[in-house]
Design a protein around this ligand. Structure first.
Ligand code: HEM
Length: 368
């Protein structure tokens, strides 16, 4: 028994010595050409740096370490992009090698990565699913042909049950669209001037006695600007879905190593004062007369991603959001519950599957 404990002691001493030496060595001479990043702890790496709001913590770390940063989350080497230029390198220039998916172990046990379009790596099965999306489900012609169904659904949604969920959308589209609608409505109630402008635009262009149609959206620049401003401030997937490097890639003299998890911090880009004037204020006017859109060409606003993994449901989400927000504003006058002033509205976020409002929005509609 004594010799067993002696052996165990020796093993533990050896294990701790090796771990501490590796930790010290790593902090003195960082692995070859990895982008800079915060110091790591043994075993957990930088997990303790993330906190409850990883998008904010990573934005703060990027201010110290730069727009191309590396961390170790447990055993996973993680590269984080926090500027439009670096996002472009990742999602456009090196898209070919940086478009696989990092699938967390918990999801691997469900085998999701073997059949879900969202989780599959770039391989023939994924390409086929994307082709089905792009050529059959989300083409402009297909979306035009079933817009009547969506309009009827919105009428039912608005008139019958404001809390109804959109069960007919894919899992990937449900939370993202619902979260964005809630944030857009919250921002309008928080900024009554913007709400009045949307209402006036709808009265003028559509008229009080008419329903909003998808074909009207292009005639509503202020409503479009409100949605863009919501995309900028409240991207529902603030770090995209994690990408994975399929090969070593060089960016700005640093290496993104094969197998690394790659994140793009859209939230940080959307609130960067070097890019946006007064970045934390809700100012739809900034988009009036601007050609910036979310179709993956303007890397300062890539709420749907860019490159080969760009969201295939973007056009549908875009139509739905304009229709739902526009209809809610067109048909109802809105007020906050007794005693709550617009400026007191709780704007806190909760990081989860999507970046939701921490407290659900409570608002009272009256038919206009
Ligand atoms: C406001 C609404 C939405 C936003 C902001 C959004 C955003 C995104 C983002 C950022 C990604 C990841 C891109 C990347 O990893 O580079 C994504 C992927 C995806 N989205 Fe959306 N999305 C929305 C709505 C929808 C809708 C309505 C659908 C379908 C009906 C949808 C289907 C998908 C699918 C299937 C993927 C995975 C694509 C792939 O991995 O190849 N999304 N979305």
């Amino acid at each position: 028994m004594d010799s067993f404990f002696l052996l165990l002691n020796c093993f533990l001493c050896f294990f701790f010595t090796v771990t501490i030496l590796r930790f010290l060595k790593r902090n003195q001479t960082p692995a070859a050409k990895l982008p800079p990043g915060p110091a790591r702890l043994p075993i957990i790496g930088n997990i303790h740096n993330l906190g409850l709001n990883p998008h904010k913590s990573l934005a703060d770390l990027a201010k110290v370490h730069g727009p191309l940063m590396s961390l170790k989350l447990g055993q996973v080497t993680t590269i984080v992009a926090s500027s439009p230029a670096v996002a472009k390198e990742i999602l456009q220039k090196h898209d070919k090698f940086l478009s696989n998916r990092h699938v967390p172990l918990a999801l691997q046990t469900l085998d999701l990565h073997k059949f879900s379009i969202t989780m599959l790596p770039v391989e023939p099965r994924w390409r086929n699913l994307r082709r089905v999306c792009n050529s059959y489900i989300f083409t402009p012609q297909k979306l035009d042909s079933n817009q009547g169904l969506r309009r009827d659904k919105i009428v039912a949604l608005v008139l019958l049950d404001l809390g109804l969920t959109y069960q007919d959308l894919f899992v990937a589209g449900t939370d993202t669209t619902a979260t964005t609608l809630e944030w857009a409505m919250t921002e309008l109630l928080h900024n009554p001037n913007a709400l009045t402008k949307v209402k006036e635009e709808l009265d003028q262009m559509i008229g009080k006695d008419h329903h909003l149609e998808e074909s009207d959206i292009s005639r509503l620049p202020y409503l479009q600007a409100v949605i863009k401003e919501t995309y900028r401030l409240h991207p529902p997937l603030p770090l995209l879905l994690p990408h994975k490097a399929g090969a070593d890639v060089e960016i700005d003299g640093f290496t993104v190593p094969k197998g690394a998890q790659v994140l793009v911090n859209l939230w940080a880009i959307g609130r960067d004062s070097m890019i946006w004037n007064d970045p934390n204020s809700f100012t739809p006017e900034r988009f009036l007369g601007s050609d910036v859109d979310v179709r993956g060409n303007h890397f300062e606003l890539i709420t749907f991603g860019a490159g080969r993994r760009i969201c295939p449901g973007m056009s549908l989400a875009h139509r739905m959001l304009h229709m739902m927000l526009g209809s809610l504003v067109h048909w109802f006058d809105w007020k906050l519950p007794d005693g709550v002033e617009p400026e007191q509205l709780d704007m806190k976020e909760k990081f989860g599957v999507t970046l939701q409002k921490a407290k659900p929005l409570l608002a009272i509609p009256t038919l206009r």
